[in-house]
Design a protein around this ligand. Structure first.
Ligand code: RIB
Ligand code: CA
Length: 313
């Protein structure tokens, strides 16, 4: 039985790869919709990028919505320095023919959760949590109906990536992250501690390029663009690949290790705002609210990613 999911995203090259991985797996995922959020670049650009990626996948049955264009409280911080001005620099993807749905993405999330059987829809979040938090605030009845939230965000042992303390998705909207972390919904956090182990080495990128299909070529160009910043910053053999780990976890959780702990986010200190304080050693006695992943099997991840991409046009 395919798992019903909503993908909330700010594409971004790594988001795009995650979306392709999910859309390549119709037996595993019933993607009810894709909702764009402001993050890597502006909402309008992220939404356009999401449409481009859906068209690249060849899936004609997928609806794309635009959600919130700014965080709940703070000013929007974007990441063109990593993803390029379009947010999807690398391949030259055609302007999408597919149109955005008219409904606001937050209302789509609410309507979908209220209309499907409680406990059967998972939210896979790849960007700031603004849309999810706003949906919970606008319609609190959705919260107990959410099966699980599998979110890329946060970091503890790895520290941050946009500041020394904070990971980008959480940093952009720490208030939204706070709402979600306090919601009581079953949460799986895929943090930098994991994604920094999942590195797109030249050999792994070449294997994707060698698929010879449109998707493989586009992913190779996307990651070859977005890796520049991280390779220069970290000096590692390959750049970390973040968002596809969310999809891989839902496909093969056995590729990852973690534990159920308490995670709280800093929302006020200017020094550490957006920091996810992960009580990995259970020293606080605070309620355990998230499964926090700490490691992943990179070789098996790339084998899975490459195989799924091979299924696309
Ligand atoms: O910190 C990594 C996260 O921020 C990823 O989701 C990437 O797409 C950016 O949104
Ligand atoms: Ca993202």
């Amino acid at each position: 039985m395919a798992r019903k999911i909503i993908i909330d995203t700010d594409p971004g090259q790594d988001d795009a790869v995650a979306i392709l991985m999910a859309l390549a797996s119709p037996d595993d995922f019933d993607v009810l919709g894709i909702v764009a959020v402001a993050g890597n670049v502006t909402l309008a650009q992220n939404a356009r990028n999401a449409l481009k990626v859906v068209e690249l996948s060849g899936r004609k049955d997928i609806a794309v919505y635009a959600g919130c264009e700014r965080p709940m409280r703070r000013h929007l911080v974007t990441a063109e320095h990593v993803h390029g001005d379009t947010g999807l620099d690398g391949p030259d993807l055609p302007l999408p023919k597919l149109q955005l749905e008219a409904q606001h993405g937050v209302d789509f999330i609410i309507e979908t959760l209220m209309s499907h059987e409680a406990g059967t829809v998972t939210l896979a979040t790849l960007g700031p949590l603004t849309n999810v938090a706003m949906a919970m605030i606008k319609e609190p009845r959705i919260t107990p109906r959410i099966q699980e939230i599998v979110m890329m965000g946060g970091g503890y042992f790895e520290g941050g990536n946009i500041t020394p303390a904070a990971e980008f998705n959480i940093y952009v909207d720490p208030d939204a992250a706070d709402v979600v972390l306090r919601s009581g919904v079953p949460i799986v956090i895929v943090p930098l501690d994991v994604t920094h182990m999942i590195q797109s080495t030249p050999e792994r990128l070449q294997r994707i390029r060698a698929l010879g299909n449109r998707a493989g070529d586009a992913v190779y160009k996307m990651l070859s663009f977005s890796e520049r910043f991280d390779l220069a910053k970290y000096g590692s053999e390959g750049a970390p690949l973040h968002d596809p780990c969310v999809i891989a976890y839902m496909l093969k959780p056995e590729l990852f290790k973690g534990r159920h702990i308490n995670v709280v986010v800093e929302t006020s200190s200017e020094l550490t705002v957006g920091m996810t304080v992960a009580d990995y050693w259970g020293v606080t006695g605070r309620v355990r609210n998230a499964t926090y992943l700490r490691s992943g099997d990179a070789a098996s991840f790339y084998a899975l990613l490459t195989e799924r991409l091979s299924r696309l046009p």
